[in-house]
Design a binder for this molecule. Structure first.
Ligand code: DSN
Length: 426
């Protein structure tokens, strides 16, 4: 008797997966942290490797039966070291880079940094959440803001760019143990050497969080912190286009502190199916086509940001250097949330987001965050970005006109039909 498949075992979940597959096909997905993983990445994720426990690290495990898993983890690590050495700071070779591929995702990867370098109560500095930082960079509601003394830095009021003078001033005053250089909603290039200088002046560990830009860093489209920062954390599923997961790069001197923090400090057995899929993503990201992809992500973001500016939208900092833009809707007399909801009904999926110095509340802010990684993975380019700007403009101006939203959703679907997304089943 052949084993039953998902639809036979659980028709409800099979149907929901089918619906999500259709939604991801039919909509323009603009959430800056999302992407389409390839079929190869998904196959590895859905493999028998999910069955195996492997506490420890390759060749030093607490369970037997690791002949295959050790090779999987070593392959993932060696591919990542090779890949990220290519764009690391001058003089950094793969031998200088230690990699841990076991963090379950970005937040656990960041927690490992605290566990490796800090004691409860130590001072830590990161970009404040309202200015585009991440929860785990010391925000008050996060464990990282509760167990450590967080001193956030911000962006300048006049141009919404990170104020390195403020970073230096705060660092000198508060002497942080760790300084984070990383963002979730910041459209400009991060100056890692400037952060390094400040960290050295105050004796801090410099931690770069490249979760959003890992695919751009791996291809040299954004400058790399590897070789500059002491430790670099990342997710693997955003611009890197891998499975949901995490990874940490660090200088050799910090290897055992980081490894011990991940396991046994924070986690039990690694998710081996994810590790295998990260290895696949690293292989895919090593291909010349991935460099073209990363360049196109940024080019599409620039085109879309400019087209929105031309249509009267406020775009913070006036544009973007990376894969995302922050759109301030104040000039359009609509808040971010109703705009995001209307866009969703029109098949255009973004998230509402605070803009710097937002006078509105975080749950009902003034802006939208828009990213181009997913639409670029479908092969969309300049013409499609201009069409998208027109649709966004019409939706935002007519957010309660349900007939118009449905008509645009139909047009969006028609366009999406011409650009099949990687990994989806049609
Ligand atoms: N949730 C991610 C994002 O959307 O940026 C960050 O963790």
């Amino acid at each position: 008797m052949p084993e039953k498949d998902l639809a036979q075992v659980d028709a409800e979940i099979a149907k929901l997966i089918e619906e999500e597959n259709r939604r991801e096909h039919e909509s323009m997905r603009l959430i800056a942290s999302e992407n389409y993983a390839s079929r190869a990445v998904m196959e590895a994720t859905g493999s028998c490797l999910t069955n195996k426990y492997s506490e420890g690290y390759a060749r030093k495990r607490y369970y037997e039966g690791q002949a295959v898993i050790d090779q999987v983890e070593e392959l993932a690590i060696s591919r990542l070291r090779k890949l990220f050495a290519k764009t690391a700071s001058a003089g950094t070779t793969e031998d200088d880079i230690h990699v841990n591929v076991q963090p379950y995702s970005g937040s656990p990867a960041n927690l490992a940094v605290y566990l490796a370098f800090c004691q409860p109560g130590d001072v830590v500095m990161g970009l404040g959440l309202p200015a585009g930082g991440h929860l785990t960079h010391g925000h008050t509601v996060s464990i990282t803001g509760k167990y450590f003394k967080s001193v956030p830095y911000g962006v300048r009021r006049e141009d919404h760019r990170i104020d390195m003078d403020e970073v230096r001033k705060l660092a000198k005053e508060h002497k942080p143990k760790v300084i984070w250089a990383g963002t979730t909603a910041y459209p400009r290039t991060l100056d890692f050497p400037a952060f390094r200088e400040i960290a050295d002046e105050v004796g801090a560990i410099l931690a770069a969080d490249i979760a959003h830009i890992a695919g751009l860093v791996a291809t040299g489209v954004h400058p790399s912190p590897i070789g500059i920062a002491d430790v670099v954390t990342s997710t693997t599923h955003k611009t890197f286009r891998g499975p949901r997961g995490g990874m940490i790069f660090c200088k050799k001197a910090h290897a055992s502190a980081i490894d011990r923090a991940v396991f046994p400090g924070l986690q039990g057995g690694p998710h081996n199916h994810t590790t295998a899929a990260i290895a696949v993503a690293a292989l895919e990201a090593s291909q010349p086509a991935f460099v073209d992809y990363a360049k196109a992500v940024v080019e599409n973001a620039k085109v879309l940001a400019q087209a929105l500016v031309e249509r009267g939208f406020g775009v913070t900092t006036g544009g973007t250097d990376n894969h995302l833009m922050l759109v301030d809707l104040t000039s359009k007399n609509i808040a971010g949330k109703p705009a995001a909801q209307a866009l969703d009904r029109a098949g255009i999926v973004a998230n509402y987001n605070a803009v710097p110095f937002d006078p509105r509340k975080p749950f009902d802010p003034s802006g939208l965050r828009i990213g181009t990684p997913s639409v670029t993975s479908r092969g969309m380019g300049k013409a499609e970005m201009l069409k998208l700007a027109d649709w966004i403009d019409r939706v935002v101006a007519n957010a309660t006109d349900e007939a118009l939203l449905a008509k645009i959703a139909g047009e969006v679907k028609e366009l999406c039909d011409k650009f099949p997304a990687p990994g989806l089943r049609m």
